[in-house]
Write a protein that binds this ligand. Structure first.
Ligand code: AMP
Ligand code: MG
Length: 537
């Protein structure tokens, strides 16, 4: 941190709560479940917990909030970020939103277990909103309890930070604490409830506003509140667009389309599957938000979804994510329509998503392959065949691209099939699946790839460096998160912290941590938490 900046104590953190100051509040302050009309939020306090204990904190995020590590290691920090102690300047509230769940309008949802603490403006002038997830029931908790279990909190904490270090827009995590309470969960909704340790994650973002935050207002015909929320969002989070006006509304929607496209391209690059892309889980800032039953592709299967609730329809599987984002944006465009004089122009703006996604996807694929630029004449075919060969046999996507970077382009001819495939063998889960026909097809692709790289004239080392900068070596493999959870549930937080450290440098070779870069072990193929998750995750 810059020498001229100084660290804060918890008590000197400067809160500046623009959301509650500028937007309409629910007048009711009692905490009971209800429909909240004509308001963006309800004031509500976290539930006190018996024995909060720190599991982990993210030091980069702490620094962003001007908090030194020593502060994060105090008992006071744990009291504050478990929700037991409120700081002066905090103004606690939960927001009202709706959403389309699995394609159907679900009405009011809202922050059922998330309580915002307020916003901090740090010494660099950045605004950060703090939110406790799992801090007890709110007016939006509906039939649920408002709490979160350690299992899902470890997953949210680690993945938010891992995504950040991968260079992917995301909400962040400051801290993870256990509460000392036991929470009963039926993990697969199959009549097997068990008590699990309760936990709270402090999430941090410029804003947690979702597509659904606007949708609920339009659905209820509350156009005046809709305009207030849109104008506030533009002024606070999109100030470069200028003062809200008809033109600015369109430019704003276009920017949401572009940001969403950029986020999805990143997900496709690293093999991230969100798992519940309902419109209430789509950030209007284009951030990855709400880490529930997400997963990481192991073998490359575009039809894979980590979410057991989605297993039937596979609406949210890896390969559908680009289309689903478009569908969600189409819902948002209809939501904004009442404020736009020429709603047809929203339709045009929606076209930006497809254009931006296509452009971003091509450029991303070129980077993954170490090409100078994507040349549709040759590369459409090259990439289509690549996607086909990745699906011929069980192939680990992450390892495949790292190994592909290692090959030497020369010699172009007179190479045996086995020599060509040799560097890729690490990526194959069941080598026996590699029949003669399949190895020939993969070998042919390798030859086209080498010829294509040769046309660029890029040196092997340069290409390797480029590829390694976009193809991560380390991702939060589903089974690694589960191993960390198994230990944490027994009171051993070491692996949570080890993974946090590992995932700070996902693109670097970390020779002492090779074990975390390997394929998913066989025992994890069908284990709950490793390949199957539910919304209660
Ligand atoms: P999700 O799709 O998992 O992000 O959540 C959908 C809705 O359910 C949101 O309104 C959440 O706030 C709410 N929700 C999920 N889990 C709980 C819980 N344990 N208590 C209260 N509300 C919850
Ligand atoms: Mg959600």
């Amino acid at each position: 941190m810059n020498n001229q900046l100084k660290f804060q104590t918890l008590d000197t953190l400067a809160f500046d709560n623009s959301f509650t100051r500028e937007l309409p509040a629910d007048p009711e302050t009692e905490n009971y479940r209800r429909q909240v009309k004509q308001a963006c939020y309800s004031r509500v306090k976290p539930t006190k917990v018996s024995q909060p204990q720190l599991v982990s904190y993210a030091r980069e995020m702490a620094e962003k909030l001007d908090l030194a590590s020593e502060v994060c290691e105090t008992a006071d920090f744990v009291e504050v970020f478990s929700g037991n102690r409120l700081l002066a300047g905090m103004d606690c509230y939960s927001t009202c939103y709706g959403g389309h769940q699995f394609g159907s309008w679900a009405g009011q949802l809202g922050d059922g277990r998330a309580i915002n603490l307020g916003e901090i403006v740090n010494q660099q002038g950045e605004r950060w909103a703090l939110q406790l997830k799992g801090a007890g029931p709110t007016p939006y908790a509906r039939m649920a309890d408002g709490f979160a279990v350690l299992r899902s909190s470890v997953r949210e904490f680690l993945c938010s930070e891992a995504m950040h270090h991968l260079g992917i827009p995301t909400t962040r995590a400051l801290s993870l604490v256990t509460t000392g309470e036991q929470i009963v969960r039926d993990m697969f909704y199959d009549g097997n409830p068990r008590p699990e340790p309760g936990a709270v994650v402090c999430r941090v973002a410029q804003s947690f506003t979702r597509f659904g935050s606007f949708q609920i207002l339009t659905a209820r015909g509350e156009t005046d509140v809709l305009q207030q929320l849109i104008d506030y969002t533009i002024r606070t989070d999109f100030p470069h667009l200028g003062e809200p006006s008809q033109d600015v509304y369109l430019a704003w929607f276009e920017e949401i389309c572009c940001r969403t496209a950029e986020m999805i391209v990143h997900w496709m690059r690293v093999g991230f599957v969100h798992g519940v892309m309902n419109t209430d889980n789509m950030s209007v800032l284009g951030l990855t938000i709400d880490y529930g039953p997400y997963g990481w592709l192991e073998d490359y299967d575009p039809g894979w979804t980590p979410n057991t609730t989605d297993a039937g329809g596979r609406r949210y599987c890896f390969g559908n994510q680009p289309q689903i984002a478009h569908w969600n944006l189409a819902q948002l465009s209809q939501t904004i329509a009442p404020l736009v004089e020429q709603p047809e122009s929203l339709q045009q703006a929606l076209g930006c998503y497809k254009k931006e996604f296509e452009r971003g996807w091509q450029s991303m694929m070129a980077q993954k392959l170490g090409l100078n630029a994507f040349d549709t004449e040759t590369d459409d075919k090259l990439v289509t065949e690549l996607q086909a060969i990745l699906q011929l046999v069980e192939t680990d996507m992450t390892i495949f691209y790292r190994q592909l970077a290692k090959i030497d382009v020369e010699p172009l001819t007179d190479v045996s099939k086995m020599t060509l495939l040799e560097p890729l063998m690490d990526a194959y889960y069941v080598p026996e699946q590699l029949t003669n026909d399949i190895t020939t097809r993969i070998g042919n692709w390798m030859c086209s790839y080498k010829a294509r790289v040769c046309k660029d004239g890029t040196l092997n080392d340069t290409r390797r460096r480029r590829m390694d900068a976009v193809n991560p070596k380390y991702v939060l493999r589903n089974y690694l998160a589960q191993l960390a959870i198994d230990k944490a549930e027994k009171g051993d937080n070491s692996m949570v912290n080890k993974l946090l450290e590992l995932l700070r440098h996902p693109y670097d070779e970390q020779p002492d941590k090779e074990e975390y870069a390997g394929k998913r072990p066989d025992w994890a193929r069908h284990r709950a938490g490793c390949s199957m998750l539910s919304c209660s995750s």
